[in-house]
Design a protein. Structure first.
Length: 109
């Protein structure tokens, strides 16, 4: 005998989410579950079928990889800009220290 999955009470499924992100995630989960049910039953629309076929394509995987690399590149650029700003500040501090060691007035900066 096949084991049935957990059943949910209607108010448990429709309980309000605590955050807008949680609400969005709940709606996404409901939509995916409905699409899965339609695919199993053979009642899915052509748009639903096409959506999941596209997700399974090699082009989609390459696009996802490219997107991940672009995000990684943007993060590296952000880190580089922050690092350059820190280096510039350290350079200014070092120059001020050298002026002080030479006996120059530190207001000349």
């Amino acid at each position: 005998m096949a084991r049935k999955g957990k059943t949910y009470e209607p108010d448990e499924i429709l309980r309000p989410a605590l955050t807008p992100d949680a609400e969005e995630q709940k709606c996404i989960n409901l939509a995916v579950n409905l699409a899965k049910k339609q695919l199993i039953e053979g009642t899915a629309s052509s748009q639903v079928i096409t959506h999941y076929l596209k997700l399974a394509s090699s082009r989609e995987r390459y696009e996802q990889e490219l997107l991940a690399k672009k995000i990684e590149l943007a993060q590296a650029k952000t880190d580089l800009i922050a690092s350059e700003a820190r280096q510039e500040e350290l350079y200014k501090q070092a120059m001020a220290a050298f002026r002080l060691y030479r006996g120059e007035d530190d207001e000349v900066i």
